[in-house]
Design a protein around this ligand. Structure first.
Ligand code: ADP
Ligand code: MG
Length: 359
């Protein structure tokens, strides 16, 4: 459906895309992942010509869209784009946002366009919002309207650029749910995302972008479980892992907690599971000597949907759990909430490991 060959994009002296070549087939659901600043957004913008590539070719259904003879508006209509920041027409009602493209681009009559708009709003769960304005909607609702508007002009592929990054964490799943349904219906999509569990579940292919190229391309299993190349491996390991270093007892508890909540939200842990995990860490910090510093590492296992926690304190090498004066209440909370807890006493440090599996 889309063939990209040796695509290059430079901004003055900065080469963002060095040499991107790939083929996107009908029905592909491609998640594009990678560190920020590696050209993921630039790649999507080049694909639908929001930004002209410096060199290379892009063919859609066999037509070169970069040829001077190309009917760019018609070709571009085949590709819908959904942005991080919704980009709805704020001065138009939801209904008008959804009919304007159909009337102008597809030459549909107004009643025809309205009928389709209602169908699409039903699909994204917002039929009752047809007559309100975007300012009356939550972020998650706005993004669902933006997806419906994109669909209203019948694109062959939808390009999503971090569709959930601007949303409050509580609204991420309603938008991902809509994208999931589209994938199930066979819609061709390319999605730049940081939602790794989602990317793994929903995609047929993953592109890992780095160094101005599609550095590694594979199935979710290949990329997330057996990445072949060095940088992919490094990136995948890092996103599965939460790390925090406490230097002394004056550490910033609020920052630590909110970073932990953000990490658990990214891996789709429920509020309840997140609360339990934060409580385990808090209680562990109650019973551990903190003054010499404590390193917290929480590692998410995609396969078991569990978290392995490792807390290392650098002060003394003796048992914390079996210590006489240990706070019995804290310890019983930790033991109740985690599915296993072990201790390793080393040279000048003690390490506590626990496993947590949400119900
Ligand atoms: P990503 O989406 O992977 O985070 P981007 O595609 O947004 O990365 O950006 C890649 C690089 O290109 C960044 O270094 C960014 O600063 C630069 N860049 C993006 N757009 C422009 C532009 N319009 N002008 C100049 N530099 C840009
Ligand atoms: Mg980007």
């Amino acid at each position: 459906m889309i063939t990209v060959n040796h695509l290059q994009k430079k901004y003055d002296t900065l080469t963002v895309l060095r040499d991107v070549s790939t083929t996107i087939n009908k029905g592909d659901v491609i998640s594009i992942i990678g560190p920020s600043g590696t050209g993921k957004s630039t790649f999507l913008r080049c694909l639908n010509l929001l930004d002209p590539p410096t060199s290379g070719t892009i063919e859609i259904d066999g037509e070169n869209i970069l040829s001077p003879k190309a009917d760019v508006p018609r070709l571009r209509r085949k590709m819908g784009m959904v942005f991080q920041s919704f980009n709805l027409f704020e001065h138009l009602s939801v209904m008008d946002n959804l009919t304007i493209g159909q009337i102008k681009l597809l030459k549909r009559s107004k009643p025809e366009a309205e009928k389709r708009a209602i169908e699409l709003l039903k699909m994204v769960g917002l039929a009752e919002k047809a007559h309100v304005y975007p300012s009356q909607l939550s972020g998650g609702q706005k993004q669902r309207v933006a997806i419906a508007r994109c669909l209203s002009v019948e694109p062959e592929i939808i390009l999503f650029d971090e569709p959930t990054s601007a949303l409050d964490p509580t609204m991420v799943s309603e938008v991902l749910g809509v994208i999931r349904d589209l994938a199930a219906k066979g819609m061709t999509m390319a999605i730049v995302t940081h939602e790794m569990s989602f990317a793994r579940d929903v995609s047929t292919r993953i592109f890992y972008m780095d160094e101005g190229i599609i550095y590694e391309d594979g199935t979710p299993e290949e990329i997330f479980t057996h990445p072949k190349k060095e940088k992919t491996r490094f990136f995948i390991n890092r996103i599965k892992c939460f790390e925090y270093k406490i230097a002394n007892r004056d550490y910033d508890l609020y920052e630590l907690n909110s970073l932990m909540y953000a990490f658990f939200a990214k891996h789709f842990f429920s509020k309840e599971a997140s609360n339990k995990l934060v409580l385990i860490v808090e209680e562990l910090l109650q019973i551990m000597p903190i003054d010499g510093g404590v390193d917290i590492v929480l590692e998410f296992s995609e396969k078991e949907k569990s978290v392995q926690g490792i807390l290392t304190q650098h002060q003394c090498s003796k048992s914390i759990i079996n210590h006489q004066g240990v706070d019995k209440l804290s310890l019983s909370i930790i033991k109740n909430m985690s599915s296993s807890i072990t201790e390793e006493i080393g040279e000048g440090q003690t390490q506590i490991r626990f496993t947590f599996v949400p119900q």
